[in-house]
Design a protein around this ligand. Structure first.
Ligand code: GLU
Length: 428
């Protein structure tokens, strides 16, 4: 990544990783920020970083230690907000970038939050349920000092789910002495979760995908869709596209890549993944032995819905899709962005495409505060409206300024964040 960026002393140049991608994106938007550019350095430094040791007693009596993080990138527009990720490759650079993308995302769809993110470097598949619970509770206790319904509100992300949110809510509440349902979102419905939250990110990808396809004159009925990642984002998006008449022709996950020319049976694939933990071994498809070839699959719509830095200089030229919907955070590097732009491939950036999750998290948080719960229809309607409006505004700005949708989304978002920053003023 570009070496001209100032690297914080707590990251070595080799660790710059996703944070370097984010810094490059900020450099690209800066010329469009007018006088607010005076404040842009704010966006290049996370407000607060907490690194915690998370020790647990393993089932066999040994003690294991994991490294945990919570980064609050910005709180100019409201409390920190963003998920918690459990993954063996979690690094500080990654959590920093993910927290910053939350700041941009929350501002892009105009929910009243700053940006934050957390994570633990662990492969949760290596833990028993008991170990997973102890690790989650110890991590929550360690970050207890900086989270809270009005301070910073965690949520699910890669390898975390409503059970983990329930444990986090309980741990925070026990430490506090009273039940605080608004401290995390993505909770089970029975504990103050919101209807529609589980599906919200995938649904948002689908809604924005339909809007973008319409701009391209691409019909959803019969469209060929390829999806990387078949979890809570990719799986739901695939199902909604299939229900709308599209053909899901290829899926790649952490274990395998599969294709089916006539279109995969998505509900059957979801059932398979639920049982076996991955798409590997699914009967109704052929295997793509070389995973790198997934990117060359003939398709109209490509949905990267797994991890960062998947679409790079190495594969951007081979992608056949006309439309890319970033279900994941940070799946495309800036160099790949340029290649796709030159080739006329439309990229709907993460900060718009996957903002449905945090949007319904916002609804959940509002419902928890008022202890009054909405119907699923109402949630989905409000979600759809916010996603469509955010897409339309960003599309229009991209046309006016002749910039990519990513730069347009960053202009909208960074302007909102820095206006708030400027109006609040520097303390003291
Ligand atoms: N982890 C999700 C994201 O990356 C959701 C965050 C939230 O709901 O706070 O947007």
């Amino acid at each position: 990544m570009s070496s001209h960026h100032e690297i914080p002393s707590y990251l070595t140049p080799s660790e710059i990783g996703p944070w370097g991608v984010y810094l490059e994106q900020i450099d690209r938007v800066t010329p469009y920020l007018g006088s607010l550019a005076r404040w842009v350095e704010t966006l290049k430094r996370p407000k607060r970083i907490l690194i915690v040791d998370v020790p647990i007693e393993r089932d066999d009596g040994t003690i294991a230690h994991f490294e945990g993080y919570r980064v609050q990138h910005n709180t100019s527009r409201g409390p920190g907000k963003g998920g918690v990720r459990f993954h063996q490759d979690v690094t500080l650079s990654e959590v920093m970038a993910l927290s910053a993308w939350m700041t941009v995302k929350n501002a892009a769809v105009n929910v009243p939050y700053g940006g934050a993110k957390g994570g633990i470097r662990v492969d949760p598949k290596t833990l028993s349920q008991g170990e997973l619970q102890r690790m989650t509770r110890r991590y929550t206790s360690e970050i207890n000092i900086i989270i809270g319904p009005n301070k910073d509100i965690p949520a699910p992300d890669v390898n975390t789910n409503e059970q983990i949110m329930a444990w986090m809510m309980d741990t925070y509440s026990m430490n506090q002495g009273s039940t605080a349902s608004g401290v995390v979102t993505g909770k089970p419905i029975s504990l103050g979760g919101s209807l529609g939250r589980h599906e919200a990110t995938g649904r948002g990808v689908f809604v924005v995908g339909c809007e973008a396809a319409a701009k391209l004159g691409l019909a959803i009925v019969g469209a060929r869709v390829a999806v990387q990642g078949f979890g809570n984002v990719g799986g739901v998006a695939a199902r909604l596209f299939a229900e709308a008449g599209a053909k899901v022709v290829a899926v790649q996950d952490h274990a395998a890549s599969i294709v089916c020319e006539t279109g995969l049976d998505v509900p059957a694939l979801q059932a398979h993944v639920k049982q076996h933990g991955s798409v590997a071994g699914f009967k109704g498809a052929e295997v793509i032995a070389d995973g790198a070839r997934f990117w060359e699959v003939e398709c109209d719509i490509l949905v990267p819905a797994a991890l960062e830095q998947q679409i790079t200089e190495a594969n951007a030229n081979k992608i056949r899709a006309k439309l890319i919907l970033e279900g994941a955070n940070g799946p495309t590097t800036p160099a790949a962005d340029d290649i796709l732009h030159d080739r006329g491939v439309l990229v709907v950036p993460d900060v718009i495409a996957n903002a449905g999750g945090v949007t319904v998290s916002y609804f959940e948080w509002v419902q928890d505060f008022s202890s009054f719960f909405w119907t699923e229809e109402e949630i989905n309607l409000r979600l759809t409206r916010i996603m469509r409006e955010a897409f339309a505004a960003v599309w229009q700005l991209a046309q006016d300024k002749k910039v990519s949708l990513r730069t347009a989304a960053f202009i909208v978002a960074c302007t909102r964040v820095l206006q708030a920053r400027e109006m609040r003023g520097l303390y003291p």
